[in-house]
Design a protein around this ligand. Structure first.
Ligand code: SF4
Length: 336
């Protein structure tokens, strides 16, 4: 059933570390050397959380499996310096999630490919989790990225379904895949959802070339290509899966007319660390752009999963505090 509103989630964006085992050719996020590597320290994180503003979501991203990267020694040393006593990215992020919850934020982790055990470990402290499928095609851009093997990613998405984790995935458009690959990728997501019912949204994210990367001179996808994928996604995916387009990377209005219904997370306090050159539009601007559709705020867990009780006791108090009877975020005038 089509809603007459478009949703956003207000978040703070937390890059836990930019150390990553993969070397995707379009990536401007991964640390190339010791000089630009970091891991967020607890003090920094607390400062961020305390100035969360209107956010209800803590979006955690990180390089994948930093323990296996060429900067693993840096990662391990700096992880020790956090004083957390944690010995892995997963343990440390779990601690950060707990702190976020204490400060009224619902975590959503997207940390790359995780094992079933790792998903299970993070499940209780997350409102939802995510992993971009990106594509089912084997691409040149991923030749040095063991975590981008499509079967590995599909396997993790399936495991999340078995564990009843509300899940976000998506496609990265324009990294060398063809239209038929995009259709295949959408069908693969649909098949997993048919089996486990856990996909809440599919992000259709256009590739944006980044300086100092192997793909800096590749063209981003045209708007027509993006429209084509949105049309295909709406035709292939069931209505209960929202199609999300990032409003800082494309013209939201035209895409919404084709069936996209979510504009993802926007943040007052933090930037888009993956696309730092593209600031998020302000909420008021988005309202104006999408009118006459209404802009509604949602939580990182979609209403359907709140109704089904797909959340842990750890986050229940926050869901009870923030969700209205529809499962969206309480309108600001009604509460906190
Ligand atoms: S997995 Fe993500 S962070 Fe790592 S290199 Fe690829 S795009 Fe960059």
């Amino acid at each position: 059933m089509k809603n007459n509103y478009v949703t956003i989630s207000k978040n703070i964006f937390i890059p836990v570390t930019n150390v990553c085992r993969n070397r995707c050719e379009y990536c401007g996020f991964r640390a190339r050397s010791l000089e630009d590597a970091y891991i967020i320290q607890m003090k920094e994180f607390l400062a961020l959380v305390k100035t969360k503003g209107a956010a209800t979501e803590a979006l955690f991203t990180a390089g994948e499996n930093p323990e296996l990267s060429n900067l693993s020694l840096f990662f391990t040393k700096h992880l020790i310096e956090t004083g957390s006593g944690c010995s892995s990215l997963i343990e440390y992020t779990k601690d950060l999630c707990k702190v976020a919850i204490k400060h009224g934020l619902l975590p959503h982790c997207n940390l790359g490919v995780l094992s079933r055990e790792e998903l299970n470990e993070l499940r209780e402290v997350n409102a939802s989790m995510g992993l971009m499928l990106e594509t089912t095609a084997e691409l040149e851009a991923h030749k040095n990225s063991p975590g981008k093997i499509p079967t590995e990613r599909l396997k993790m998405i399936a495991e999340a379904g078995k564990l009843e984790i509300p899940f976000t995935t998506g496609l990265l458009i324009g990294i060398g895949e063809k239209l038929r690959d995009r259709i295949r990728s959408l069908n693969a997501i649909k098949s997993l959802h048919d089996k486990y019912g856990h996909i809440q949204e599919v992000i259709l994210q256009p590739f944006v070339p980044k300086p100092s990367t192997a793909m800096w001179n590749k063209k981003p996808p045209s708007f027509e290509e993006l429209r084509e994928v949105v049309r295909a996604a709406r035709a292939i995916l069931p209505d209960e899966i929202a199609i999300q387009v990032p409003p800082n990377l494309t013209s939201a209005k035209a895409i919404i007319e084709l069936g996209a219904s979510d504009l993802g997370g926007i943040s007052e306090k933090t930037m888009d660390y993956i696309n730092p050159e593209s600031p998020w539009p302000k909420e008021e601007e988005l309202r104006r752009i999408i009118a006459p559709s209404e802009l509604r705020e949602r939580l990182p867990i979609y209403p359907r999963f709140i109704k089904m009780g797909w959340y842990s006791e750890e986050i229940r108090p926050l869901i009870e505090r923030y969700a209205d009877e529809e499962g969206l975020r309480l309108r600001r005038k009604e509460g906190i």
